[in-house]
Design a protein around this ligand. Structure first.
Ligand code: GLA
Length: 368
């Protein structure tokens, strides 16, 4: 009997999503007094096609954001045409599991439904028409999930590295006003939902200053804004963590929540901005050096830098209300295909065998 139990118990443990070197305490338990801990999830996961990722999410995370299915090209592909299946399944999944559901994203130049800013001749529509389209899109999407979504990324990636406004259909047609308008429409559609502005490279001082001005302007106009999302797509050599921390502090001083919204860290050599992507592709082996596994010294560096980030987030738990990873396990990360296709990257807390990595295990072990 004793020998039988020795055989059955480990099997039961593995079946329950644990393994002997995996912590008994979950991430959401560990961070329960600090901030929500979330993950972006794709549709196949919501639909039960990645059952191991599903058990990771239910076990460790108390917040989710849709990786793609709420972006306008997916949810509103033609004027007046809405595709709800995936977003409904995502929201239903979050509700069934009692999670804080984040809507992503309402106004964004990328993955924008092509019809949105154009007339039938392919020219930009007038400001009045674009306003009407924004209002209708936001009212319809936010309205459908009213009372179910905790907060929305209302505007995504509006500012360039030099702090100026990004040229985009929204900016080109409406100028700076597109931001306050988007917040006004979102609040109209669900007065109880939290509203966020979200961007990458938030450690950059130009972006930091610009966002503080935007947030103060929205507040002065009496518009609702609850949080600033710092995407947190990182690499081993960027951003400088002291600058990232400075942004957390300065954003926190605005009185809004600070959120780390799309955290991941590439373990691969950085394909520098401005690099000619064709040349990079020719040198793919140089930029994709760890096809079989991550060498232990690189893994140690990655885990050390992730631990530094976790400590930084904890230091600022008074202003950080949520930390969301952009995915769960390395095999599903967008970073395997960005900024070049077909690399093998290691950016997420769980490895390709769905095992929690040392930075996070050590973080949990701090509580013992
Ligand atoms: C941006 C967007 C996200 C996602 C990631 C990468 O940061 O905000 O929706 O597309 O890029 O996948």
């Amino acid at each position: 009997m004793h020998r039988l139990l020795n055989f059955i118990l480990p099997l039961a443990f593995i079946a329950a999503g644990c393994s002997s070197d995996q912590p008994a305490v979950t991430l959401k338990e560990h961070f329960k007094n600090d901030f929500l801990i979330g993950a972006a999830i794709p549709v196949d996961h919501v639909k039960g096609l990645d059952s191991k990722a599903d058990s990771i999410v239910r076990r460790h995370f108390n917040s989710i954001v849709a990786e793609n299915c709420m972006k306008s090209e997916k949810i509103n592909p033609e004027e007046g045409v809405y595709f709800w299946d995936d977003a409904d399944a995502f929201v239903d999944y979050g509700q069934r599991n009692g999670m804080a559901i984040i809507g992503h994203t309402l106004v964004w130049h990328s993955q924008l439904a092509p019809w949105f800013p154009l007339d039938s001749a392919g020219n930009y529509v007038t400001p009045e028409i674009l306003k009407e389209r924004m209002r209708t899109h936001i009212a319809t999407v936010v309205g459908r999930y009213k009372g179910k979504i905790k907060g929305w990324d209302v505007v995504n990636e509006a500012i360039l590295e030099d702090g100026s406004y990004r040229p985009s259909p929204f900016y080109d047609i409406l100028g700076e006003e597109f931001i306050p308008l988007a917040f006004e429409y979102a609040h109209e559609a669900d007065p109880d939902a939290e509203l966020y502005i979200n961007d990458f490279s938030m450690a950059n001082p130009h972006k930091r200053e610009r966002y503080i001005r935007i947030v103060n302007d929205l507040k002065e106009r009496g518009l609702r804004i609850d949080g600033i999302g710092m995407q947190g797509h990182m690499g081993m050599d960027y951003p400088p963590l002291e600058q990232f921390e400075k942004s957390i502090e300065e954003f926190g001083k605005t009185g809004l929540h600070v959120m780390i919204t799309e955290w991941d860290m590439s373990a691969l050599p950085t394909v520098h901005e401005g690099a000619d992507i064709n040349k990079v592709m020719e040198n793919k082996e140089l930029y994709n050096p760890y096809v079989d596994s991550l060498p232990s010294e690189i893994s140690e560096q990655w885990n050390k830098r992730m631990s530094e980030c976790l400590a930084m987030f904890r230091r600022h738990a008074d202003v950080i209300s949520r930390v969301t990873l952009w995915g769960t396990h390395d095999g599903m990360s967008w970073r395997n295909d960005f900024p070049m296709f077909g690399r093998t990257d290691y950016p997420l807390p769980f490895d390709r065998n769905y095992m929690l990595k040392p930075a996070f295990k050590n973080e949990i072990a701090r509580n013992k």
